[in-house]
Design a binder for this molecule. Structure first.
Ligand code: SF4
Length: 354
């Protein structure tokens, strides 16, 4: 394993401390509008699903939600133009297959609503350089791709994405808090300079599990699809990927007892297998009754069964691509109506096109 227990990140949260002894502090009100974005990578894996997409589907059943495929963010790193349309289509198809739909939220593509770029420029004039320089993601991506202004300004475009719709809730993981704080800062700066216009969006933090790559090295990632279980991977591919997955390194021979607490396969069982199976694996691994190959194939069948409805819906949509394009066109229309109203207000406040 890659150090420590893979359970980190899935632990239940401690209750919020009270500032007034036993008095309970009322929880903040639910957000009225939620915005979230996903890059058009063309490959959505179980880490994305368990950590974000499942939560989006749940939020869309009770809140006003916008889900955006952020293609302008994707152009900040090298890519093939010929592949971008299919990457965008696959991202939309996968989200729809996971349960998002046009009845319960707006699904659209960022570049179909040009106001994102216009507001990004306005916010660039307010964004603090010092905070942009401190962004962890900028440092990491600059090391990988070289320093360029697009990576530097990425969080300002994210701020524009959110504020354009006056969203007051953003479902994110802890690693995105830094970017959301920048959004809150530029919203405050705009409001101070030009009058109260934008809400300060709050994070909707979920206990998103940190799903490790199948080789146990770091987080499951789109950049290493061979070490990630794709939501739309065919059953044989899921079996093959799990067959080579890393387990407890102390189990060198079949009859060595194992420690499920440090095994990524056991961690994955918690999301795909029933309680009886989990208890059996926990017991039989420690006594070496259960071998790793057998257990990995057992997990593979549970993963295949769990993802089957998503795969089936994706197959249906793939046979009718016009349906996916229609959802995106309708989403762009609805998103544009909100975006145009916001930009009219922004320009009016700033004395532009008066
Ligand atoms: S039997 Fe299962 S839980 Fe135990 S080490 Fe092998 S793969 Fe992990």
């Amino acid at each position: 394993m890659n150090g420590g227990s893979p359970r980190t990140g899935a632990e239940p949260r401690a209750p919020e401390p009270s500032l007034h002894g036993d008095e309970r502090i009322a929880p903040p009100p639910e957000p009225t509008r939620v915005f979230s974005g996903i890059q058009p990578s063309g490959f959505v894996h179980v880490g994305n699903w368990l950590g974000a997409v499942r939560n989006w589907v749940e939020l869309s059943t009770r809140l006003d939600c916008l889900f955006c495929i952020v293609d302008y963010h994707a152009v900040t790193v090298p890519y093939a133009a010929a592949e971008m349309p299919s990457r965008t289509f696959e991202a939309a198809l996968t989200l729809l297959a996971c349960g998002l739909d046009s009845e319960r939220g707006i699904l659209f593509v960022q570049s179909h609503v040009p106001e994102h770029m216009e507001l990004a420029w306005v916010l660039t004039t307010l964004a603090p350089m010092g905070e942009l320089e401190r962004m962890t993601q900028f440092k990491e991506k600059s090391e990988a791709y070289g320093v360029q202004a697009g990576l530097f300004m990425y969080p300002v475009l994210q701020a524009a994405d959110i504020l354009l719709y006056k969203a007051d809730g953003v479902p994110i993981g802890e690693d995105q808090l830094q970017h959301l704080e920048l959004t809150r800062e530029v919203a405050r700066r705009f409001n101070r300079a030009w009058g109260e216009t934008f809400p300060e969006p709050r994070p909707i933090l979920t206990d998103a599990p940190r799903i490790l790559a199948l080789d146990g090295k770091g987080k499951m990632s789109k950049s290493q699809p061979e070490q990630a279980i794709g939501l739309l991977d065919p059953p044989d591919v899921i079996r093959a990927k799990l067959r080579g997955a890393f387990t407890d390194p102390a189990r060198k021979r079949r009859f060595d007892p194992g420690n499920p607490d440090i095994c990524n396969i056991f961690f994955l069982h918690h999301f795909f297998s029933g309680p009886e199976d989990i208890a059996r694996v926990d017991r039989d691994c420690r006594t070496a009754v259960l071998g790793c190959f057998e257990d990995k194939m057992n997990l593979a069948e549970h993963v295949i069964d769990t993802l089957a409805p998503i795969r089936e819906r994706a197959d249906e949509l793939r046979s009718d691509p016009a349906r996916v394009h229609a959802v995106l066109a309708g989403g762009a229309e609805r998103a544009s109506a909100i975006a145009r109203a916001t930009m009219d207000e922004v320009r009016r406040r700033m004395g532009l096109r008066a």
